[in-house]
Design a protein around this ligand. Structure first.
Ligand code: NDP
Length: 477
C-alpha cells in the first residue's frame, strides 16, 4: 500500500494518522493511505510560507514562468495516468478525468504566461512635478481550500495564480480526493520553487482548514465548497479583515423556449444535469420549459436518459460514474424521496448495483414541479434535475432568477431577441445560450452572484484582483 505524506517547508511530513482514499466505483480499491494533518501541521505550513515570502514575492517573472510552465507540461505529459487517478478517486468517467487533467495543465500554462504580464499603470499627478504609479504586489500567504468534485482543476485554478502573482501557499484539498492534490505537490516539489513557498496539508476541514481561516498569519483565503462552510469562512475572515474569495453552490436554471432547436436543448440539458454525476456547481438542476414544447422536451430527455450507461467510472463506454460517497448518495436519495412526497413526478433516481461495489444512482428527472418545492430551492449536487412548466419567456425569466443562488444560467432558443434579453437580465455570473450551463473556458473569469459567490472572480486575468494588492506610489520628479 502506498503512503502519501504532507509537504511542509520542502519536506515530506507524516500526519497524526492516515486515511484511506477509496474508489467510489469499487470500494475494495483503496488508492492509498494519505496523511491526516492537524492544527500543528497547519501552523507549521503557515510559518514556512510566511518565512518564504521574501524568496518568492521578489522572484522574477521568468522564475515564476519556469515553475508554472514545467508543472503544466508535466501534467499534460501524464494526463492519462493522472486522469485515471482522478476518475478512481472521484468517480467521474475516464474521458472526464483526463479532460479535467488537461484543463489543469492548461491553467498552469496560462498563468505561466500571466506571470510575465503583471503590469501596472502610471499617471501624471494632479500636482505639478509629481508622478503616480500603480503596481500590483503579492498578497502574502494565501490559504487555499478546495472541494472534492474537481480534484485537479480547482486546486490548479487557485495554486497557479497564487504562485504566478508571487504569493506563498498553504493548501488543503478535500479529504475525499487527496490523490490529485498530492500529485500536484509532488510535481511542484521537483521544480525550482524555493522551500516553503508551497505547502500541502491534507486532513479534516475542521482542523486544517479552520486553522488556515483563523490564522492572523494567513493574509487571504480562497475557498470553493458548500454555502454552509463558505458562510462560516466569510464571517471568520471578515472578523480579522483577511481578504477572501468564496465560490459556493448553485441551483442553476436552464430555460427551454418553444422556438428552441430540440436536439440542442435536450443535449445541453442532459449534459449539464447528469454528466459528472451531476456533481458540478454549474449543473443544470432546474429546467424551465415553456408549455408548447414541454411534453416533446420531457419525452426526448427521458429517451436519452434511458440510454445512459451508469457504471464503474474507468470502464470504456460508461457515461456516468458513481456518486462520490455513501453520505452524498444518501443525501441525493433523500432529495428524490422528498420531491415525490411534495408532489413531483419522479422518473429514475434509484440506487443501483453494478459488478463492482460502489455508490451508483440512476439519473432522476422530476417533472410537474413548482418553484416552492424543496427540489427547486436547495442544491442537491447529484444526478437529479427538475422540470418547471411555464407559459412564456417572461415567466421563465422570473422563475430562473427566483433562487438564492446565481452561478450559471442557460437558455435554449433560436430567438436573438430572447437570447439577448436573457444575457442582460439573468441574475447569474455566467450565462449560456444554446450551451450546457456546465463547461467553461479556462482563460476567462469564473464565478457567480447572490449566494453562490463572494469576493473577486477566479480564473483568467481577473484572478489578479484576488491574488494581488494594489500599491499607489507618488514621486516628486
Ligand atoms: P464542503 O464545504 O463540505 O468542503 C469544501 C472544503 O472545505 C473541503 O476541503 C472541506 O474539508 C473544507 N472545510 C470543511 N469545513 C471547514 C472549516 N470549518 N474550515 C475550513 N475548511 C473547511 O464542500 P464539498 O467538498 O462537499 O463540495 C461540494 C460543494 O462545493 C457544493 O456545494 C458545490 O456547489 C460547491 N462547489 C462550488 C464550486 C464553485 O465554483 N461555485 C465549484 C465546485 C464545487 P474536508 O471535506 O476535507 O473536511
Amino acid at each position: 500500500m502506498n503512503n502519501f505524506k504532507n509537504y511542509i517547508n520542502g519536506e515530506w511530513v507524516a500526519g497524526v494518522a492516515e486515511a484511506p482514499n477509496i474508489n467510489p466505483s469499487d470500494t475494495s480499491d483503496v488508492i492509498g493511505l494519505y496523511a491526516q494533518g492537524n492544527q500543528a501541521h497547519a501552523e507549521a505550513a503557515i510559518a514556512a510560507a510566511r518565512s518564504a515570502i521574501p524568496r518568492w514575492a521578489f522572484s522574477t517573472p521568468q522564475q515564476r514562468f519556469d515553475v508554472l510552465d514545467a508543472v503544466g507540461n508535466e501534467i499534460l505529459a501524464r494526463k492519462d495516468e493522472i486522469g485515471r487517478l482522478l476518475s478512481r478517486e472521484e468517480g467521474k468517467t475516464l474521458p472526464e478525468g483526463i479532460g479535467e487533467t488537461v484543463r489543469a495543465a492548461m491553467i498552469f500554462k496560462f498563468f505561466a504566461g500571466e506571470a510575465l504580464r503583471v503590469g501596472g499603470e502610471s499617471l501624471p499627478s494632479v500636482r505639478p512635478g509629481v508622478g503616480v504609479e500603480m503596481s500590483r504586489e503579492p498578497v502574502g500567504v494565501v490559504g487555499l481550500i478546495t472541494p472534492w468534485n474537481f480534484p485537479i482543476a480547482i486546486p490548479a485554478w487557485k495554486i497557479a495564480p497564487a504562485l504566478a502573482y508571487g504569493n506563498c501557499v498553504v493548501f488543503k484539498p478535500a479529504e475525499l480526493v487527496p490523490g490529485c492534490a498530492w500529485t500536484i505537490a509532488e510535481i511542484l516539489s521537483r521544480t525550482a520553487l524555493p522551500k516553503g513557498v508551497f505547502n500541502l496539508v491534507m486532513g479534516p476541514g475542521s482542523k486544517v482548514g479552520n486553522t488556515f481561516v483563523n490564522s492572523p498569519q494567513v493574509d487571504a483565503i480562497s475557498f470553493t465548497g458548500s454555502q454552509a462552510t463558505g458562510q462560516r469562512i466569510i464571517a471568520a475572515c471578515a472578523a480579522r479583515q483577511a481578504k477572501m474569495q468564496c465560490e459556493m453552490g448553485g441551483k442553476n436554471p436552464m430555460i427551454v423556449l418553444d422556438d428552441a432547436d430540440l436536439d440542442v436543448a435536450v443535449n445541453a440539458a442532459v449534459q449539464s444535469a447528469y454528466f459528472s454525476t451531476g456533481q458540478r456547481c454549474t449543473a443544470s438542476s432546474r429546467i424551465i420549459v415553456t408549455e408548447g414544447v414541454h411534453d416533446a422536451f420531457v419525452g426526448a430527455v427521458l429517451g436519452k436518459m434511458a440510454k445512459l450507461k451508469i457504471d464503474n467510472a474507468v470502464l470504456p463506454g460508461t457515461d456516468i460514474g458513481p456518486v462520490v460517497d455513501e453520505r452524498q448518495l444518501a443525501g441525493n436519495l433523500g432529495y428524490v424521496a422528498k420531491a415525490r412526497e411534495e408532489g413531483g413526478n419522479v422518473v429514475g433516481g434509484e440506487a443501483v448495483e453494478r459488478a463492482t461495489r460502489g455508490f451508483y444512482q440512476l439519473p432522476a428527472l422530476v417533472t410537474e414541479t413548482t418553484a416552492a418545492m424543496t427540489i427547486n430551492r436547495e442544491e442537491v449536487f447529484g444526478p437529479v434535475a427538475s422540470v418547471i412548466r411555464v407559459k412564456n419567456y417572461d415567466e421563465a425569466l422570473a422563475m430562473a432568477n427566483d433562487t438564492p443562488f446565481g452561478l450559471s444560467a442557460g437558455i435554449a432558443t433560436t430567438s436573438l431577441k430572447y437570447a439577448t434579453h436573457f444575457k442582460r437580465h439573468s441574475q447569474a455570473g455566467m450565462v449560456m445560450v444554446n450551451l450546457p450551463t456546465a463547461g467553461v473556458d479556462y482563460h476567462v473569469p469564473f464565478g457567480g452572484r447572490k449566494g453562490s459567490s463572494y469576493g473577486p472572480r477566479e480564473q483568467g486575468r481577473y484572478a489578479q484582483e484576488f491574488f494581488t494588492t494594489v500599491k499607489t506610489a507618488y514621486t516628486l520628479a
